[in-house]
Design a protein around this ligand. Sequence first.
Ligand SMILES: Cc1cc2nc3c(=O)[nH]c(=O)nc-3n(C[C@H](O)[C@H](O)[C@H](O)COP(=O)(O)OP(=O)(O)OC[C@H]3O[C@@H](n4cnc5c(N)ncnc54)[C@H](O)[C@@H]3O)c2cc1C
Length: 460
Amino acid sequence: MPRDYDVIVIGAGAAGLSAAVAAADTGARVLVVEGDTQVGGSSRLSGGHFYAAGTSVQAQAGVYGDTADAMFEHYMTLNQWLVDPAVVRRYCDLSAPTFEWLQALGVKFPAQGVYPSGVGSIPRGHQPEGSGEAVVQVLDGHRSHKGVDLVLQSRVTGLITDADGQVTGLQIGEDSANCAAVIMATGGFGANADMLKTYYPDAAASGDWGWYIGSAGAQGDGIALGQRVGATLAGHNRGLLLVTPGFSRDLEVLLPNWLILVNQAGRRFADESAPYTVLGGLITHQQSAVFAVFDEQARRDAKPNSMSQAYWVADVLARKAEEGVIHRANTLADLAASAGVDPRGLQGTVARYNFDAQNGADSAFFKSGGLQSISEPPFYAVEVRPAIVCWTGTGLRIDADTRVLGEDEKPIAGLYAAGETVGNLHGDRYVGGGGSFGPCIVFGKLAGEQAAHFAAALNN
Ligand SMILES: Cc1cc2nc3c(=O)[nH]c(=O)nc-3n(C[C@H](O)[C@H](O)[C@H](O)COP(=O)(O)OP(=O)(O)OC[C@H]3O[C@@H](n4cnc5c(N)ncnc54)[C@H](O)[C@@H]3O)c2cc1C
């Protein structure tokens, strides 16, 4: 039976569009099926940062000698080797060549946009001009120019397999299309509360404080569709959570550095200006409520800053204290009692912190800025939680060639996956800004090439 297409890509985000362009370049007839009314998914809303080692733009920025080997070692060590080394290795090896491919397609990455985006001093984050939206536009332009068909408002409801379990097409409600290979690029499941409960309990634990910053299409369809044809999953309870006092649904990446964080023992446990990639995990690790503590002077001086700390400002903090959302008391002992924190612990912690502030050095956690004594009543304590879901990490297990792995540990013939729907790339700690978008492009392009080769072999 003639096939409708060689390759059908499900999802038109960064991963799907990269896959479509690469598959077309490899000679395949390609269709992209997108459930939304427009292309882009969460990628369109994203910063579009790309985490890569050994790029030409790093060199322009004066960062020389960075390598895939160094990136791999850092990635594995950060995650205590609890990630899939073959998949991570492929990402590291292909990060620079794929980054150059994306540049050659027309995405601009200025040298001043290169920065250390995670835990580590080597600048591997690359910020594109025009953020994720510009990347999506460039990729979609190439998709269109290469004659890749696109259907919008068409949510895929099932995969079709033959008697051997090979994926041979897909269904969109009553309609179906057949092809040699399907690429799953459906993104994550941040917008699906049930899936968060099942696959990302740390996110669900924040209760109604939790919200997802991405697109409504992030329903985890890749997981559901894949499992129905025998795909295996990986990456339980992984993703990225940002810390918030839950006042509103504005995206805030960092806490102000003029507060301290204490657990229920009243004890500090981290540099409060720790990278956002680790702060959420440090709070979860306390296994207790965590409070931001500050005094009247800090509240009075609180102003918005470049990290868009829109609600850590004087009048909002005063209002929230009036509303009872923020605990307020004239003594630390009363503040501790109100918040349910050990008073001796809190008093001792603040005494040590104030001593450090007077000496100008945080002897416990080496916080480099914002050190000011907590001494002017009233005192304030507000609970913060890692509750803002940025992306999710549970998903389909792939091999290093993006083939989806089945329960028999073999690739499911005809099924490939790329982007946030993949589950065996991320560990417990996010490697840094660009560590989700970068691999979407890397594995999207690779999946496109691999699926096109698979289709060509079937056609011959
Ligand atoms: C605001 C924001 C900022 C971010 N900033 C960064 C950053 O700077 N760096 C970084 O590394 N990461 C960042 N991330 C995360 C990163 O952008 C995402 O992980 C990445 O863009 C996901 O790309 P994707 O192609 O896998 O999925 P998406 O871009 O979400 O695309 C998936 C597409 O599949 C469609 N789809 C889903 N199911 C179906 C179905 N059944 N049938 C048809 N279509 C379907 C969806 O509608 C969607 O359009 C950010 C995320 C957000 C939301």
